[in-house]
Each structure stands twice: as structure tokens, then as C-alpha cells.
Design a protein. Structure first.
Length: 445
């Protein structure tokens, strides 16, 4: 079948909202097609070559952010804190792993969510489920739950504001390695792990000084970092509307984000999401879960990376701490047997979700850490390499995941549980995880 930005329409598209007003949807999509894009093809190509280097064992990928961004959280303090925690984690990883880190936020467009049921029923009333702020609103009223195409444009605006602020901070010197103190969150001085973190920061500051002394001048590469965006490419009509051709380059780019990914629920090989993603030039990722067979994984390789282009395809395995040892080797073997190579990332969040005694959705820090540790080991044992991690985290002091250095308990969860969807690591837990990952320095495939 010939690919076009709309060829996915002839395949079954799951997890799509039902917009009652087709005219309003078409008007919103027309506007999305016309508005300037959020990213450029140069950046998209640059990320692909960074990911190719990661696939070759020369970089480590840190992909992280909210499960779902919300319109209310499009606010300077929250965005800056999210960036701070990602910068701090990457600094720790660069130092420990002794290799550059590719930083990718789940940010500036991570607004649409797959759901396990299309509708929700309360007290005899059945309404469409909440699918994320860019589709409908969470309140349980029919007005809020009807998918509203105007929210697609609001999502585009808020993504643009977010990416604009992130770019401004980075270009303005916020990510300057000479000033890692800019990224300090309030906790740094009283957290259980503050000392470990500070030791690494001091070592880096010394190295920067040493290299500049050697060079006899400031090294400007230390003033800024590269930062990329990603989101789950769920709403195909909106993704297609932002899929464009650019001058002097072949093919089509999705210019709403650098790295779109296919979620577990939309990864069917004969489904619309795989059809859409196979034709765009961006680097792309697919989540792999326990239910996927070797043949499924192999078919994804063939469909999504027929030219075997390095950096094009990442597989994000999310198997759960109890299943990674038995499930991952089969996936690694399947990719190899198909004659393909991918960049392997571990999402230690989505296979480890559980319900706490008080009904809150949570994850245990120990399970998350264990899945990461086991993933390093399984890849090494299979002659493969774990090239990065995919995390749900926030720069705030939330209490959504259990455990960590402060050993959060089920009672603590009620103190600051803010996620509308999945539980995120708070900043201390996120940094703790990065310190543990950093301890894998020296690991070679
Ligand atoms: C997610 O990343 O928030 C998500 C829904 O993941 P998965 O597709 O792996 O379930
Ligand atoms: Co999630």
C-alpha cells in the first residue's frame, strides 16, 4: 500500500475520540495544518543521529516527564522544575556512565491518553471517558466529556508556550554547566541523597574548570545542552495535520514533536498507528509489553524500519519487574533473528502499576529500580545493550510512588497525590534512580 499522511484512515484506528461535530473537527485540523510547527526537520534529523549514536553504545537516553501533561500545569514554575530535574538526572548519568546523555522530555504535547474503556458509568449515567486535556475535560458532566476539537488547538498553543519557555531557558544559559546550582530544587540541601548528588556536581565543576584551563579559554559547548520533545502519537487526525514536507528534503516529517511513540494499546501491526508512523521521517519508538509475540516484534521492525536506518526505531520495553527476566531475552532474540537493530529503552513504570490499599494507583520504587537493574543485566547477558530509560516523573514533591530514600508509605500517598493518570516519581525518587543508573558506569555491551 502506498503511504500518505492519511493512508492510516483505511486501517482500524483504536483509541480515537468520537467527535460529534465533523465540521468543527475539520476546521480545527485545517488550523493545525496552517499554524507554524513546534519543531523543525533539522532538529528531528539531529535527534535521529543522536539516537543512532545511542544505539551504537556511545550515548545513553533519558526520556522522562509526566504521564499526561495538563493544561493547568502549563505554568512557568512547573515547567522549569521538570526541566531542572531532567538536567540534574542527566548530569548525574553523564558523570557516572561516562558518556553523553540524550535528553528527551515527555513534554510539549503529551496531552492525549489511551484508556482501557471508551465510556465511564456513574450513578446510572454513562459518558465518554476522559482522554486527556487535548480531547475533553475530566469532570464527569456530559459537556466536559464530549470531545471538543477546539481543545486540539488549545493543546497546540500550550505545547508551543511550553517549548518556547524550555528553549528560552536553555538558550539563555539555564543549562550552563558552569552553574549547576541553577537547577537546584529546594530539597537539595536536606534530602537524604543530597551529599551523593553534591559530590558528583563538585566533580563535574572541577572537570569543567580543568578542561577550560587546558584549553586556555571558556568552552562554549558547556553553556547549553540539547533537549528534545516526545509524546505518544495517539490522535492520528491531529498528528497527520502536523505532518509536513519541508524544502530540499524528501519525505514527510511530523513537526509536532521530535520523537513520537506508539503506545502499547495501539501497536497492532495491521492498525492505523503503525501505518501512520511507518511513513514519517522522525525517529520513532514503540512500547513493548508482555503480550507481544516474537513475530509481532519482528513485524514491527520490518514495517517501521525497512531500510534498517540506525536511530530510526527504538523499542521501549515495559514488562514489569517480575517479567523482565523471562520476557526480555525473547524480544532481543526476535529482533536479532529478523536481522534488525534497535535502540533499547526500558520503561520501568507501566509494568509495575498496582493499586494501594486506599484505592490509589501507585508504583513501588523498588520494583522500578529492579526492572532497570534487571534490564541492564539481561541486555548484557544477551550480548545487547540497554541504551536508556523512559520514566514518568515530576520536579515536584508529590507522593504518588511508594518507597525511595524517604520510604514513602501508603499513608503518605494521600499527602500530595496530584496525578490525574499514572503515578510519577517525585524529584527525590527520580534523582535517586538516576544515581543508581549512574552506578552502571563502565558497563560495556
Ligand atoms: C504511557 O506511557 O503513559 C502509557 C500509556 O504507556 P503504555 O503505552 O506503555 O501503556
Ligand atoms: Co503513563
Amino acid at each position: 500500500m502506498i503511504w500518505t499522511p492519511s493512508s492510516w484512515q483505511s486501517m482500524p484506528a483504536v483509541q480515537q475520540p468520537n467527535y460529534p461535530d465533523a465540521g468543527a473537527l475539520e476546521a480545527a485540523l485545517g488550523e493545525l495544518r496552517r499554524l507554524p510547527p513546534l519543531v523543525t526537520s533539522w532538529e528531528v534529523d539531529a535527534l535521529k543521529s543522536r539516537l543512532a549514536e545511542a544505539q551504537a553504545g556511545k550515548r545513553f537516553v533519558l526520556q522522562g516527564g509526566d504521564c499526561a501533561e495538563s493544561f493547568a500545569d502549563c505554568e512557568s514554575g512547573l515547567i522549569a522544575n521538570r526541566l531542572k530535574v531532567l538536567l540534574q538526572m542527566s548530569l548525574v548519568m553523564v558523570h557516572g556512565l561516562k558518556m553523553p546523555v540524550v535528553r528527551v522530555g515527555r513534554i510539549a504535547g503529551q496531552y492525549a491518553k489511551p484508556r482501557s474503556a471508551d465510556v465511564e458509568t456513574k450513578d446510572g449515567l454513562t459518558l465518554p471517558c476522559y482522554r486527556g486535556d487535548t480531547v475533553n475535560r475530566p469532570e464527569f458532566t456530559s459537556d466536559s466529556r464530549i470531545p471538543n476539537p477546539a481543545l486540539l488547538l488549545e493543546g497546540h498553543k500550550r505545547s508551543a508556550m511550553t517549548i518556547n519557555f524550555v528553549r528560552g531557558l536553555i538558550d539563555g544559559g539555564f543549562a550552563d554547566l558552569h552553574h549547576p546550582e541553577y537547577w537546584d530544587l529546594d530539597w537539595v540541601h536536606h534530602a537524604p541523597l543530597a551529599e551523593q548528588y553534591s559530590r558528583r556536581v563538585e566533580a563535574i565543576t572541577e572537570s569543567v574548570k580543568f578542561m577550560e584551563t587546558l584549553a586556555g579559554q571558556p568552552i562554549h559547548d558547556f553553556n547549553r545542552v540539547e533537549f528534545y520533545t516526545s509524546h505518544e502519537a495517539l490522535l492520528l487526525a491531529a498528528e497527520a495535520a502536523q505532518t509536513r514536507q519541508v524544502p530540499r528534503k524528501p519525505g514527510w516529517y511530523n513537526l509536532s514533536t521530535h520523537l513520537p511513540w506508539i503506545g502499547l494499546r495501539t501497536a497492532a501491526v495491521d492498525g492505523a498507528h503503525v501505518e501512520y508512523m511507518r511513513g514519517i521521517r522522525n525517529p520513532i519508538a514503540v512500547k513493548l509489553g508482555v503480550s507481544m509475540s516474537a513475530e509481532w516484534v519482528q513485524e514491527l521492525c520490518r514495517l517501521l524500519n525497512p531500510d534498517k536506518e540506525p536511530g530510526r526505531l527504538s523499542f521501549i520495553h515495559r514488562l514489569g519487574a517480575g517479567k523482565v527476566e523471562s520476557g526480555l531475552p525473547k524480544m532481543i532474540d526476535a529482533v536479532r533473528a529478523a536481522g534488525h537493530e534497535v535502540l533499547w529503552l526500558c520503561d520501568p513504570m507501566h509494568g509495575n502499576t498496582q493499586t494501594a490499599g486506599n484505592g490509589l494507583k501507585t508504583r513501588r520504587f523498588d520494583d522500578i529500580l529492579s526492572e532497570v537493574e534487571q534490564s541492564f543485566a539481561v541486555h548484557a547477558a544477551c550480548g545487547s545493550r540497554l541504551g536508556g530509560v523512559h520514566l514518568e516523573l515530576t520536579g515536584e514533591d508529590v507522593t504518588e510512588c511508594l518507597g525511595g530514600a524517604r520510604d514513602l508509605t501508603e499513608t503518605d500517598l494521600e499527602r500530595a497525590y496530584r496525578s490525574a493518570v499514572d503515578p510519577r516519581l517525585n524529584y527525590e525518587q527520580a534523582l535517586e534512580l538516576s544515581l543508581k543508573i549512574a552506578a552502571h558506569g563502565g558497563h560495556k555491551p
